[in-house]
Ligand binder design. Sequence first.
Ligand code: NAP
Length: 217
Amino acid sequence: MKRPQVIINCAMSADGKIASPTRKQMQISCDEDIERMYRLRNKCDAVLVGIGTILTDDPKLTVKEKYVKHPKQPLRVILDSKGRTPAHALVLNDVAKTLIITAKGKEKTYKGSHIEVVSCKTDRNGFIDVKGVLDFLYRKGIRTLLVEGGGTVIWNFLKNKVVDDLYIFIGSCIIGGKETPTVAEGEGIKGEKDSIPLKIVEVKRIGSGLLIHYQSQ
Ligand SMILES: NC(=O)c1ccc[n+]([C@@H]2O[C@H](COP(=O)([O-])OP(=O)(O)OC[C@H]3O[C@@H](n4cnc5c(N)ncnc54)[C@H](OP(=O)(O)O)[C@@H]3O)[C@@H](O)[C@H]2O)c1
């Protein structure tokens, strides 16, 4: 199957958490890493998150001009099988195009020609089928896809073995909490032999934290 290059980027605390114990967004990256993230986002054809991130963080998913002059604004893609994206979500602003992918029969209409809603087949968990999404995006001309989260989406991309590069910024803080979201959620592996192998490509210190670039093995 031809598919886009899939890059995951996320920021975690030293104890592997990606948000606060109440699942609220919190700043884990330092300014230098935020700038790196915007530059990476601008280099990609599309940026993808799950509906969980839209509902908790309400991100714009655009590229700020403060960090990149004349940003090209990648396509914003939301995996939203039940059609829960609110009409007032900031990701629907007209700064960039947005593609909402739902399950069949859950398509809603939104105001603005920059918003497209399509349906895709679902997997056995009722989620949008990851390989179906990649096939659709490839046929749409997307060659590089940045997956930004949250943990459920990241897990599903890794589980489907469709991830090429994984950038994890480790912030110098501890968040704690048994239920606090982590980089990869979902059901996790079944047994020790099922762990998803990665290789380290580069490790570098950025501002107050550490950036690790992994690739899938
Ligand atoms: N630190 C960081 O870098 C970072 C970045 C982003 C988010 N976050 C944090 O992550 C948390 C949100 O993560 P989350 O795990 O709750 O939500 P999520 O991964 O953003 O979205 C998960 C939801 O997306 C929908 N979905 C549809 N197809 C899917 C598929 N193939 N795979 C996975 N999900 C699919 C499902 O909802 P439906 O069944 O309704 O479709 C699923 O429950 C927030 O606390 C946020 O602050 C942190």
